[in-house]
Design a binder for this molecule. Sequence first.
Ligand code: C5P
Length: 393
Amino acid sequence: MSKIVLGVSGSISAYRACDLARDLMRAGHTVRVCLTDSAAKFVTPVLFETLTGNACLTDTFVEPTRGRMAHIDWAREADLILIAPATANTLNKIAQGIGDDMLTTLVLAAQVPLLIAPAMNPAMYTHPETQASIHKLQSQGAFFIEPTEGDVASGETGQGKLAPNADIIAITESVLSRRLTLNGKTILITSGPTQEPIDSVRFLTNRSSGKMGLAMARAAQLMGAKVILITGPTSLPDPANATTIHVRTAEQMLAAAQEQAPKANWIIGLAAVSDYRPANPSPTKIRRSEADLTLTLTPNPDIIATLAKENPTKRVIAFAAEPTQDTEFATEKMHRKGVSAIALNDISNSQIGFQSDENELTLILANGETHQSGRKSKLGCALWLLDQLSENP
Ligand code: C5P
């Protein structure tokens, strides 16, 4: 198992690093914690020393072992440095090569993978200096776990919350095992719901949040792939460093996918495409009346089946959201759509799937083999799925 240096900087979410340290230890890793001065105002070194059983570094001039330079020793011995949470200050200092405290000095001395989970006020996160630092560090090979959107401690809403611990753990494992098995591949992902206009202000849609598609995009990038994400309307941020194309209707999604497909090696259909659309959407708002209103629906194209047919040499993977774990329907669907694999998720379990942060997949391969993911974060499921597909070409 691996040796992880967990760097904690002074965000309010520093308390989450306590659970993170324990979860990493439960996964079998050795964890050494380094706190910035501001982090030590939120959580104490003693707390982390008790949790991890290892000395905790804070002051550059207080060495846990006399005569040794911990920032050099720790940097040499670690397999990975994970900074969670990373404040704007620590992130920007690292990008500038500043080493004015134990954590930034340790990062400067290290030659191991660096994984950063920022957490800060949304205005600080979107600040051009912070974004420039992220891009600079990414170009130097650092991995990022994007903060999520939501209400932050200041009472504002926006992107800045520390990513869920389960995602931080899944990405840590992925970086540690260097699963760059998709290096050189381009993966096209359809994601989110579609909106099919009824009139100028109303539409037919479904409960898809697009979270699984975004997780798949991030997982593919972590494994070295280039990503083209074609997404229906969601409230999620675009993944960094991917080509993201926003569409509204199934017909627009199909047209975008057909245009992008020649660039892709694999195509993954995660979109919850509306099976039908109003046949004659009204160009103006339909007025209320006491009479019944009948909407005539016409079938939408099956995007993934069309792509599979038009791209017989590419690997095309569909998803099946079914109200049961029964693999029979999903297997039939895989054959009917002409795809090479199908991932089944049971939507009868309200704890997972639609809009939730977790999922559980059954992967059915064309040779009839089935594989179970177990319950995981959506990112964990996506990494698992891409691993399975890589191992079963
Ligand atoms: O037929 P069903 O909707 O159950 O199939 C689900 C799979 O097919 C998903 O991969 C979904 O993205 C894809 N699909 C599609 N176009 C449709 C309907 C579903 O690409 N019109």
